[in-house]
Design a protein around this ligand. Structure first.
Ligand code: PMP
Length: 368
């Protein structure tokens, strides 16, 4: 059996070389006498893995020293709840900018703890754009401004580096918090522009079950709100993200994925590859004469998640079945928007996208 090209949005495809290393070390890690999932997180083998993972992530994303890095379980959603608990006073204002489903989910996690202000939203237009910064109604006294760097379902992305793309806003003295789950490490970013960056690992960083929080250290001095120790970023940092037993296997595989990205040449290399992949796929959609459609404002189209609709939804099931036969899996769109979605994170090679484009042409020829 051969591996398919997997376009799943998360959990998503991992680099084959990482999977080989995982397989090779599954029975015994080094000379530990056991696999990494079986030995203490406080032993020398795992402490070394944890230290290397942090050093490699710092190198990969050029994380400045005045930023702390946490490796935490609970996914991005848990961080969406912990951010207000750690950084907003009870009932303090917090500004949210909604450009898709996950920004909305973030408001649900924060609402019990803050005076939540929707500073801007593209919901009325079906989340196909990013409201211009001039229209954002930001609060001077907000604890933070929250954005979703890349919306996995709606395929909308802030593009600070792209000509005509939407930059991250300047929020002045109010720190900018960003959910980077879908686009972390996909291109260079200026970490110093953000108060906090968080991401579930299961897209660009490795396996599900662990996430990263990158936070400006001075923000950890904020009192936040009453919370259990386990929800306290400051205590997690003091305990090197091991306040309790961490998800060691997930951390290990994430670390291998960071190393793979560095060995491939780092985020500049992935930025070029991702641009080429996205360009090829959007070109196929746009050149299909309406057979395939993506309605997102081209300036903010995501390079990571490409949602597209077939003009005749009655063909959806056939598209998915034939794609599966062609070795292309994970293409079913999220139920919120329907249609198809191809997630093309760092570990998806250009050949995978080329195979999908060829399949799309062929499917259209048969059914168009
Ligand atoms: N934010 C974004 C942008 C996502 O894509 C997802 C998951 N797809 C989440 C948050 C939620 O992540 P988790 O399932 O890790 O809590």
């Amino acid at each position: 059996m051969s591996r398919a090209y997997n376009f799943s949005p998360g959990p998503s495809t991992l680099p084959e070389s990482v999977l080989h290393q995982v397989r090779d070390t599954l029975l015994e890690y080094g000379n530990a006498g056991a696999s990494i999932v079986e030995i203490s997180h406080r032993g020398p083998e795992f402490l070394d893995i944890a230290a290397r993972a942090e050093a490699d992530l710092r190198a990969l994303l050029s994380i400045p020293d005045d930023y702390a890095v946490l490796f935490l379980p609970g996914g991005a959603t848990t961080q969406q709840a912990l951010l207000p608990l750690n950084f907003a006073a009870p009932g303090q204002r917090a500004d949210y900018v909604l450009t898709g489903h996950w920004g909305q989910v973030a408001t649900k996690q924060a609402r019990p703890y803050v005076d939540l202000n929707i500073a801007a939203s593209s919901e009325a237009g079906g989340y196909r754009s990013i409201p211009p910064a001039s229209e954002w109604r930001l609060s001077a006294d907000a604890a933070y401004v929250h954005v979703t760097a890349s919306e996995t379902i709606h395929g909308v992305e802030f593009r600070p580096a792209a000509p005509g793309g939407h930059p991250f806003p300047d929020t002045g003295d109010v720190p900018l918090f960003a959910d980077f789950s879908s686009s972390i490490a996909s291109e260079p970013i200026d970490v110093s522009r953000f108060g906090a960056i968080y991401a579930g690992a299961q897209k660009n960083l490795g396996p599900v079950g662990i996430g990263v929080v990158i936070v400006r250290r001075e923000l950890l001095e904020r009192a936040g709100q009453p919370r259990a120790d386990i929800f306290d970023y400051r205590l997690q940092l003091a305990a090197e993200s091991m306040l309790n037993t961490p998800p060691t296997w997930n951390w290990y595989v994430a670390g291998l994925t960071f190393r793979w990205m560095l060995d491939e040449g780092g985020v500049e290399v992935f930025a070029r590859r991702n641009e080429a992949k996205a360009k090829a796929l959007y070109a196929a959609v746009d050149a299909s004469g309406g057979f395939y459609r993506n309605d997102v404002d081209p300036a903010v189209r995501s390079r990571m998640n490409v949602p597209f609709l077939l003009s005749d939804p009655a063909l959806d099931d056939a598209f998915l079945a034939r794609a599966h036969d062609a070795g292309l899996i994970g293409l079913k769109g999220h139920r919120v928007v329907g249609g198809m979605r191809a997630s093309i994170y760092n570990a998806m090679p250009l050949q995978g996208v080329e195979a999908l484009v060829a399949f799309m042409h062929d499917f259209q020829r048969r059914h168009g």
